[in-house]
Design a protein around this ligand. Structure first.
Ligand SMILES: NC(=O)c1ccc[n+]([C@@H]2O[C@H](COP(=O)([O-])OP(=O)(O)OC[C@H]3O[C@@H](n4cnc5c(N)ncnc54)[C@H](O)[C@@H]3O)[C@@H](O)[C@H]2O)c1
Ligand SMILES: [Zn+2]
Length: 348
């Protein structure tokens, strides 16, 4: 598969595709690189990785570790291992380890290169491009961050073989989001193949399509001044679901419900026809989690108001006029919104 080139204000970079992780490790020169790796990936793949790197840091992929404290510990570890400006960090893991690696690479020695081998579908099809990192501060998620893209990304769909089922849906949420944003042929291709994403050929195709959609948006507005905001489709309503359920609903599943909720609000505000709402609802609801319940609407509204992008009055919501027709529309946190959300919850 042809590499995808990404234009960035920090320097352009490529996404390479390979079916063979061992070949990448063999072909590329990692003598000059420090490894940062997810503990589960290390346990599963350490025989393939061996000791090609200057140093190896293994981190458990949990939110508590995506902290400034962990970043400082890692920086001290790298300094002890004599890291230099002409060396790099190679990150192997999902988007959580990516966030730690990318942020560390941004601030250490005022910026060093990093290379990324994503191992979750979410990281392969979405987060690996776009330059963002987010670090938690206490219980506040992703409050500190940077824009610091890797110098190269190597996508090996074979990692999907060991990915737990819950992580598959997590990735599907962001992929469907890209499809619904773009519409047209890309959406058809994604919706046709997404049900069978464990098939690695399908996975590669979908990841490719998904990245092409995100590429066009981030190249136009990498620093999220305007158009990139549409990538938050489903996120404002989804984040509030994550908060309300104390994260028992994963991010991807919450985004799927969040997009459906945004579509329902669009329908109720007269910008989306019922037929188009139902067309998207049929696709999205296949991935709704069984355990989803939202009984306390005022409490849900509180979580909604806490959204990073919200002000006291309201939020720039990402609404839809149909597949491929996304719009940023300011909505108020008023009784009307609360009523629409309660009605939505009763109907699903
Ligand atoms: N920087 C960004 O642009 C961006 C975008 C989206 C999400 N995020 C952040 O990423 C995090 C979520 O990342 P994620 O969804 O990629 O998952 P993750 O990195 O949290 O990993 C999820 C679980 O899957 C395991 N795992 C990963 N790859 C595996 C594999 N191939 N085989 C077996 N197990 C594997 C991990 O050990 C972990 O237990 C959140 O902290 C979120 O805030 C960042
Ligand atoms: Zn997301």
């Amino acid at each position: 598969m042809k590499p995808i080139g990404i234009k960035s204000v920090s320097g352009n970079y490529n996404v390479y595709f390979s079916n063979d992780f061992e070949k990448i490790l063999k072909d590329k020169d990692f003598k000059n690189s420090h490894l940062l790796i997810d503990r589960n990936i290390w346990n599963l793949y350490k025989n393939k990785i061996g000791n090609k790197f200057i140093s190896t840091r293994i981190i458990i992929a949990k939110e508590a570790n995506k902290s400034l404290e962990e970043v400082i510990k890692y920086i001290k570890f790298l300094l002890k291992n004599n890291i230099h400006k002409n060396q790099s960090i190679t990150v192997i893991g999902g988007a959580l380890i990516q966030d730690i690696g990318s942020f560390t690479a941004h601030i250490l020695l005022r910026g060093i290169n990093w290379i990324f081998v994503p191992t979750t579908i979410l990281a392969m099809a979405d987060s690996c491009i776009g330059s963002k990192s987010g670090i938690n501060v206490g219980k506040y998620k992703n409050q500190v961050g940077s824009f610091h893209p890797p110098v190269a990304i190597y996508i090996c769909p074979e990692f999907i073989k060991t990915l737990p089922e819950s992580e598959i849906v997590n990735g599907i949420g962001e992929i469907l989001k890209h499809g619904l944003i773009k519409g047209g042929k890309a959406f058809k291709e994604i919706s046709k193949r997404v049900g069978n994403i464990r098939n690695l050929k399908n996975a590669q195709r979908i990841i490719y399509e998904s990245l092409l959609i995100k590429k066009r948006i981030i190249e136009e507005d990498e620093l999220e001044k305007n158009i990139r905001k549409i990538l938050n489709y489903g996120h404002t309503f989804g984040h509030a679901i994550e908060g309300y359920t104390d994260n028992s609903i994963s991010h991807g599943s919450a985004v799927i419900i969040g997009m459906d909720m945004a579509n329902y609000i669009s329908f109720k505000r007269g910008i989306l026809t019922q037929q188009k709402y139902l067309q998207m609802n049929r696709i999205l609801k296949k991935y709704f989690p069984d355990k989803f319940k939202l009984e306390n609407i005022p409490l849900y509204m509180k979580f909604l108001k806490r959204d990073k992008k919200a002000t006291d009055e309201g939020v720039s919501a990402i609404l839809s006029r149909g597949i491929g027709k996304i719009e940023i529309i300011k909505i108020k946190f008023d009784k009307e919104l609360e009523k629409t959300i309660s009605e939505y919850i009763k109907n699903i």
